[in-house]
Structures are given as structure tokens and as C-alpha cells.
Design a protein around this ligand. Structure first.
Ligand SMILES: Nc1nc2c(ncn2[C@@H]2O[C@H](COP(=O)(O)OP(=O)(O)OP(=O)(O)O)[C@@H](O)[C@H]2O)c(=O)[nH]1
Ligand SMILES: [K+]
Ligand SMILES: [Mg+2]
Length: 424
């Protein structure tokens, strides 16, 4: 039988309420010893919590969820204490002294929910993203996975694979009896259709992009006004601005949400070829790498030099005279000209880079499993040995099983749940 774990599951203290969760076989007896008996099931009641000497620790709202129909799939207790640091510490210390109880490791409540079949791996991954979501788009994207939309689609694919496998098995069985049997006419078309559907979802931008943010690189020649624009977009003096060409040496990154879209703004060293000493040269090298890897490049320079697909910005537009209406989006950080338009452009382009939040998408791990399943389906050839076709359908099903964690390794679970905080 597993240990009984406990942790503070609500946010940083002090707060109005501190919610302590206890999960495992000894949860009920721990609650009984703190509250002087078990309250009615699934009913919020107020109880005095006392330590083993009988001293009152707090007056708390307590909830008792016995059985398997709980968030973790095992006996679960919630103590809604006053959220003072000393109050919560006193209750946690009392729990620590109860035999069979120990503090939960990061993500351990969710891990138990997974091991007890309350959520699958795709839902647990979605939950992780939901807890770390900082923008509206991240929240909506994570809701899809956490709410089971990915899992439901995988289930549907899985039952189609099973039906195809059953058709093959039926023919193989008949062959044993020396009878004539054939696969349905549309068998191969159905296999190809399923592989195509899986690839379509796998081709969508990966969920990590939504979690990590759209990378927007500000690039261009020295003194073009990159750092000034970086600061203006952030409304912060994060980068050093001077009139000396070559001020920015290193890459500077800052996260920002614009219109609910998560971005990482990246300021870089001005790109030039001549008169460059060693440190600046290294900065330029880094700038080139960021330009190559960025999702969106804002190019503050001559349109002729602009990297492919970049947005050309005509910076310092306040200095333009009326005859000098060059190419690019005019922006001035001095007058604010063109900034709202630039932000709108970024939001629009940014949404295009991210996975669609109203449809399901995969993270990198899930995508790999999905592509494996599609590749196995490609190998299903009804003109050759049907035993091999059956085997490939079995492998396709295993790949889908791995996607939702039906067949997960300890290391995989450690890696996933280790990213969660304690108490989750
Ligand atoms: N008038 C005007 N001056 C600007 C504007 N943006 C930047 N500047 C000035 O241009 C100079 C260079 O600005 P930076 O932001 O340091 O330019 P940079 O591209 O980051 O320069 P490096 O980091 O050296 O490559 C500074 O003196 C800024 O004050 C603008 O919109 N209007
Ligand atoms: K500068
Ligand atoms: Mg700069």
C-alpha cells in the first residue's frame, strides 16, 4: 500500500486561506486525530484542529472524500486553514508527526491521480500547462488537453485501429479453416484515412510554443533603435540605450503578453561587418542565431537587407521629413507613432505561429507518438502477409497508447511530474 502524503496545495503564504491536502490510506485517521473524529463524507464542516497534546492549532473548514472517486483516486482530505505562515506550519508539523504520513513530492498528487486512472498522461500534461498558464491563450489551449479533448480523440483513433485489426484477424482465422474470406473493399482506404487524420493533427504547431511564447527578434544594423523599441514594447527600461553604435552586445529576452498572446521579446546586437572587435563579433553571431530561430523578426534596417519573412520597421519615423516616406511600418518611440499598429501586427502574426486553441494539438512527445502510429499504419499492406498487417496495426495501437500514457515508464513520469510544484 502507498504512503499517505500531505502538502500545502494553495499558493504563497500569507493568504486568506491555506489549503492542505492529505491523500492515501491514512488520510482518514489523520483527519480523525486532528479534528477529533471523522466528519460526514463530502460535506464542508468547520472543526477545531488540535495537535496530539490537545492544543488548538486552528479552526478550519474540513472536507473528507473517502474512496476512489476523488481527485487522486484514493482517500483524500482537505483542510482549509487560515492562511498564516505559522498556522499552516503548525498543522503541517502535526501531520509530519503522524506515523505513515510524509510530505508530498512535486506533482505527487497528480501522479497518483494518473496511476489510479483518474487522468491519463495527456490530461496530466494539459493540467501542468494549465497551472503554469499566464495568458488567456495559454489557458484556453491547456484547457483542451486538461479537459480530455486530446484523450478523447486518441480513444476514437484507437477504436478505429482496433476495428481494422479485428477485420484482419477475422480473415486470418478464416484462412485457418481453409475457407475463403476477404477484407472489406474500403479497408485500405480506411487505413490511409486514419493515418492522414493523425498526421494532420501532428502537423499543427506544437503545444510547447504556446507554453514558451512566440519568439520576436528585434534585429538590424547598429543604432537602428532596436533596444529603444524593445523598451517601448515592454514599457520598461530593460535594455541600455545610447547613441553609441554597438551598445547592445548580448541577447536580452523578456516575456510579455500582448492581446492575450504570450511573446518573448528578444533584443540583439546590431549586425554589421566592419570595424567590429571580438566581443561585438560574438554578439553579432548570437544575433544571427536568434534571427534564424525566431518565429517573427522585426527588421529595423534597409528593406533590401531584411531576412526573409521579417517585418520591416522604419524606426525613428519622427525624424523623417515629409518627402522621405520609405518602405516598412513607420514607428517612433519618441512620439509613439505606429506602436499600436505594430502591436496589432504582432498579435496577428503571433496567433498564426501558435497552435489553434479551439482545436486539439500535440506537444513534442505526443507528436512523436502520433507520427509513429501513422508510420505503422503506412506499413499495413493488404497485398502481402496479413500477419504483418496485423502486427503493424498492433504497433500503431501501442504508439497511441503511449501517447496517453497507457504504457509509460518511471523516467517519463518523473520527468513530467517533477516539473509540477509541491502540492499539485
Ligand atoms: N528621434 C528618435 N530617436 C530614437 C528613436 N529610437 C531610438 N532613437 C535613438 O537612437 C539611438 C540608438 O538607439 P538604440 O535603441 O540604442 O539603438 P540599437 O539599435 O539598440 O543600437 P545598438 O544596440 O548599438 O545596435 C539612441 O540615441 C536613441 O535615443 C526614435 O524613435 N526617435
Ligand atoms: K546604440
Ligand atoms: Mg541596442
Amino acid at each position: 500500500m502507498s504512503d499517505t502524503i500531505y502538502a500545502l496545495s494553495s499558493g504563497a503564504l500569507p493568504a486568506a486561506i491555506g489549503i492542505i491536502r492529505i491523500s492515501g490510506p491514512a488520510a482518514g485517521s489523520a483527519l480523525a486525530s486532528l479534528a477529533g473524529g471523522l466528519p460526514p463524507e463530502r460535506m464542508p464542516v468547520v472543526r477545531k484542529l488540535r495537535d496530539h497534546k490537545g492544543d488548538t492549532l486552528d479552526v478550519a473548514l474540513v472536507l473528507w472524500f473517502p474512496g476512489r472517486r476523488t481527485a487522486t483516486g484514493e482517500d483524500l482530505v482537505e483542510l482549509h486553514c487560515h492562511g498564516g505562515r505559522a498556522v499552516v506550519a503548525a498543522v503541517l508539523n502535526t501531520l509530519a508527526a503522524i506515523p505513515g504520513l510524509r510530505e508530498a513530492k512535486p506533482g505527487e498528487f497528480t501522479r497518483r491521480a494518473f496511476l489510479n486512472g483518474r487522468v491519463d498522461l495527456a490530461e496530466a500534461e494539459g493540467l501542468g500547462d494549465l497551472l503554469s498558464a499566464e495568458t488567456e491563450l495559454q489557458r484556453r489551449g491547456a484547457m483542451q488537453a486538461a479537459g480530455g479533448a486530446v484523450s478523447r480523440r486518441i480513444d476514437e483513433w484507437r477504436s478505429r485501429v482496433l476495428a481494422l485489426a479485428a477485420a484482419v484477424e477475422a480473415v486470418i482465422d478464416f484462412a485457418d479453416e481453409d475457407d475463403v474470406a476477404a477484407l472489406p473493399d474500403d479497408f485500405s482506404a480506411k487505413v490511409a484515412e486514419l493515418a492522414g487524420e493523425i498526421r494532420l493533427v501532428a502537423a499543427r504547431p506544437e503545444a510547447e510554443r504556446l507554453r514558451d511564447g512566440v519568439r520576436v527578434v528585434l534585429a538590424g544594423p547598429p543604432n537602428a533603435g532596436k533596444s529603444s523599441l524593445f523598451n517601448a514594447l515592454l514599457s520598461d527600461d530593460a535594455a541600455i540605450v545610447t547613441d553609441v553604435a554597438g551598445t547592445t552586445r548580448d541577447v536580452l529576452e523578456r516575456p510579455i503578453a500582448l492581446g492575450g498572446v504570450p511573446f518573448i521579446l528578444i533584443d540583439t546586437a546590431g549586425v554589421r561587418d566592419e570595424g567590429v572587435e571580438a566581443i561585438e563579433a560574438m554578439g553579432i553571431e548570437r544575433a544571427r542565431r536568434e534571427i534564424a530561430e525566431g518565429h517573427i523578426v522585426l527588421w529595423l534596417g534597409a528593406p533590401a537587407d531584411a531576412p526573409e519573412g521579417s517585418i520591416v520597421i522604419r524606426a525613428k519615423a519622427d525624424l523623417d521629413d515629409s518627402s522621405d516616406l520609405g518602405d516598412g511600418q513607420a514607428v517612433s518611440v519618441v512620439t509613439g507613432l505606429g506602436l499600436p499598429e505594430l502591436i496589432d501586427t504582432l498579435i496577428e502574426r503571433g496567433r498564426g505561429v501558435l497552435p489553434p486553441v479551439d482545436r486539439i494539438g500535440f506537444n513534442r512527445r505526443q507528436k512523436q507518438c502520433a507520427l509513429e502510429a501513422a508510420a505503422c499504419l503506412d506499413q499495413v499492406d493488404t497485398r502481402s502477409d496479413l500477419l504483418i498487417a496485423a502486427e503493424n496495426l498492433r504497433l500503431a495501437r501501442f504508439a497511441l497508447d503511449r501517447l496517453v500514457g497507457r504504457d509509460s515508464t518511471e523516467e517519463m513520469l518523473d520527468a513530467l511530474f517533477g516539473q509540477f510544484c509541491i502540492g499539485k
